[in-house]
Design a protein around this ligand. Structure first.
Ligand SMILES: Cc1cc2nc3c(=O)[nH]c(=O)nc-3n(C[C@H](O)[C@H](O)[C@H](O)COP(=O)(O)OP(=O)(O)OC[C@H]3O[C@@H](n4cnc5c(N)ncnc54)[C@H](O)[C@@H]3O)c2cc1C
Ligand SMILES: NC(=O)c1ccc[n+]([C@@H]2O[C@H](COP(=O)([O-])OP(=O)(O)OC[C@H]3O[C@@H](n4cnc5c(N)ncnc54)[C@H](O)[C@@H]3O)[C@@H](O)[C@H]2O)c1
Length: 449
């Protein structure tokens, strides 16, 4: 049996830099990957979806340019769009391979599982190490809908293999992947319908976010079916038929299932080494990423952290510091995230409801996009900027931005919150006219009214 200083299971967003750093420091690091290097983000998540959306939103903006007096005819070369997407993810993937090899990490392309104390096996390779880090991520959770299994439905895993634009698309789910990829294909020309279980999209966000996105998707010609569930799926002659609880039948050449994720922990044989899982199969961790197994840590999505690449990557930085003896935790970070629909959603910190639930004397102010000069001039007047403050301390607690490139602009709030700044600091700033950023001090000034 081989020995190492570090074993990483899964080449997710945190595991790769951790293994590289260990190897670069002259320690022996082994990484197991059962699929392709780089995990979901690079191969079937962020990278391909955002490269895909670059094309989709270019088409969408051209189609919506009518209101600017520009009447464009959009010709989508779908094979070229997808070839570019696959090219970008391929180059990122190769970059990771080179990074790990250059650092001297031993890469084992095999599914890993625990076979004993601090011992992991995958393929024919068995290795023991004092530190083991699980970074195995999640996979698409596919609901048990009668007729679905065995059909060529899409998930994020095979979506980016599409060669032809499906003339019609049905999407199941009303969350991130559904909205990003559903709006993307609609903007490229697929007639799109989305099946939403509840009464609104992105139901973890504030209702105004859901309503604004619903309006935007409808402007793209997407039909939204609320309070709807696919009770049955059939596939015949290249056509899917999804039968809803209402009895309505939706037909399309492509069916995208985007109904959430499940942790990749089944193959780990976690019980063999005392690593406990929660009721949904995620790995239980402490505030310092420690599992219940001695010397075994877990980071990223599989540890039920907020499922974002920057979280997994920041987990790596914090875990590395902890392993070096520093007193770090995972819970003291400011969490921001974005949804890359158009308009985008940029979120950071607490909503008003979340702050009030914590007993904070909080208040929020909202500025509509239609009141912002830049948004009117550019014709991106759908959305709003909202900020939450603590009335007792004046500190900024959170922000919700829905608008053009809101995922960029929200970083202003991310940094202000990290700096524990007050709304007065923002109010006193003089931002450049006419920008979207100019609206942020205006938003803060609403507290004076
Ligand atoms: C379509 C889509 C779009 C997304 N867009 C964004 C975005 O824009 N921004 C953002 O921040 N986040 C986005 N995410 C989320 C983001 O991809 C994840 O949060 C991020 O990849 C972190 O994952 P991770 O590091 O936990 O593991 P992952 O990246 O999921 O990697 C886990 C790896 O472990 C491997 N593995 C699993 N089990 C084993 C085993 N037993 N042995 C060996 N290897 C194993 C898997 O094959 C995989 O390669 C998106 C996700 C999806 C699906
Ligand atoms: N921009 C980003 O950062 C980005 C993009 C994509 C994904 N992600 C990450 O990946 C995670 C997973 O995304 P996702 O879209 O798969 O999950 P999600 O949790 O965002 O959405 C799942 C949706 O499916 C619905 N649903 C669940 N079961 C259903 C069923 N049987 N029938 C109909 N609807 C059903 C849920 O109500 C929900 O609307 C996200 O939570 C996010 O953390 C991030």
């Amino acid at each position: 049996m081989e020995t190492a200083d570090l074993i990483v299971i899964g080449s997710g967003q945190g595991g790769i830099p951790l293994a590289s750093d260990f190897a670069q420091e002259g320690r022996r690091a082994v990484i197991f990957e059962r699929d392709v290097l780089g995990g979901s983000c690079i191969n079937y998540g962020c990278t391909p979806s955002k490269a895909f959306l670059a094309a989709a939103h270019a088409a969408g903006r051209a189609r919506h340019a009518d209101k600017l007096g520009i009447h464009a005819q959009v010709n989508v070369d779908f094979p070229a769009v997808m070839q570019r997407v696959r090219g970008i993810k391929g180059s990122f993937n190769q970059g990771i391979h080179k990074r790990l090899e250059d650092a001297g990490v031993k890469i084992v392309f095999a599914e890993a599982s625990f076979v004993g104390e601090k011992t992991v096996a995958g393929g024919n390779f068995v290795v023991q190490a004092p530190i083991i880090v699980i970074n195995t991520g999640t996979s698409a959770l596919v609901p048990d809908i009668p007729g679905l299994a065995g059909t060529p439905y899409l998930t994020n895993r095979n979506f980016f293999d599409l060669k032809e634009l499906p003339p019609r698309l049905v999407v199941i789910g009303g969350g991130y992947i559904s909205l990003e990829l559903g709006q993307g294909l609609a903007r490229l020309g697929s007639q799109t319908q989305i099946i939403v279980r509840g009464d609104r999209l992105l139901d973890a966000e504030e209702p105004e976010v859901s309503a604004t996105l619903a309006q935007a998707l409808e402007q793209d010609g997407i039909k939204l079916h609320f309070h709807a569930e696919a009770k049955q799926v059939a596939y015949q002659n290249g056509i899917f038929t999804a039968t809803l609880n209402s009895g309505e039948e939706l037909q399309a050449e492509a069916l995208l299932v985007a109904t959430g994720r499940k942790p990749n922990t089944q193959a780990l044989n976690a019980a063999a080494t005392g690593v406990e899982l929660d009721d949904r199969g995620y790995i239980k961790i402490s505030d310092r990423f420690a599992t219940t197994g001695d010397g075994i840590y877990a980071i990223g999505d599989a540890a039920r952290q907020p499922a974002f690449t920057h979280v997994s990557w920041e987990d790596y930085r914090r875990l590395k510091a902890i392993l070096a003896g520093e007193n770090r935790t995972r819970s003291d970070r400011v969490l921001g995230y974005a949804v890359y629909t158009e308009p985008q959603v940029g979120r950071v910190g607490m909503t008003l409801e979340q702050a009030q639930q914590k007993g904070i004397n909080a208040r929020s102010v909202t500025l509509q996009m239609s009141q912002i000069a830049r948004a009117i001039e550019w014709g991106h007047d759908l959305g709003f900027y909202r900020m939450v403050i603590d009335n007792d301390t004046n500190k900024i607690l959170g922000a919700t931005l829905v608008g053009y490139e809101a995922g960029e602009i929200v970083h202003v709030f991310l940094d202000l919150i990290a700096a524990e700044a007050t709304w007065q600091l923002l109010e006193q700033s003089v931002h450049i006219h006419p920008t979207y950023g100019e609206a942020l001090p205006s938003l803060a000034r609403l507290y004076q009214q």
